[in-house]
Design a protein around this ligand. Sequence first.
Ligand code: GSH
Length: 201
Amino acid sequence: MLLIGVNRSPYTRRVAITLKHYGLPYEQRDLSGFGNRADVRAVNPLGRIPALVLDDGETLLDSAAIVDHLDQTYGGSQPLTPASGTDRRAVLKVAALMMGACDKGLHAAYERNHHPPEKVHQPWIDDCLAQMRTALSAVDGMVEPSQPYLLLGRLTQADIAAFIAERLARGLKIDTAAEMPRLHALAKGLLQKTAFTSTEP
Ligand SMILES: N[C@@H](CCC(=O)N[C@@H](CS)C(=O)NCC(=O)O)C(=O)O
């Protein structure tokens, strides 16, 4: 398999961690959505990373669709997203909150990075970061400090999404150690695992 994207993208890293967790061999092309527009659009007409090119040449787009495929195909009896029922809904809910938090964080970053200074609208940045904070705080409230994982007593896509969102938040100067200390500690613990360490950008 070929993963298109850089791991400093939270969406790409979500896929990279999933591939590593399942022990799947893959190559990676370190392309970024803004830095390598033509190359990325050749793979994904929307111009976004990540994309995953399967061994038969099929290309999957969007981290949610990619991890869904990986969980279904390689998850066996313990997929990172449970196949059905309340456990599946619980994992998908946390993943939705955390991936949405990443979206809001990136909207805030794009406002600053893609506008001339006189056109940057600070209230929009503040609003996006406030939404990111409330989503992170909600998940912080779900962390049981004595447990290494959020749900089901094992690693799930909820943990992976929480991890990448916490990392992005820190990159955006949100002090997660002070504001979301349980989530911060959970992410620190996850970084002991090879799938997380080996995908550091
Ligand atoms: N919903 C998508 C979001 C992907 C996304 O926004 N990727 C960013 C990089 S972090 C990107 O390629 N942005 C370029 C652009 O939107 O033009 C996913 O989960 O894969």
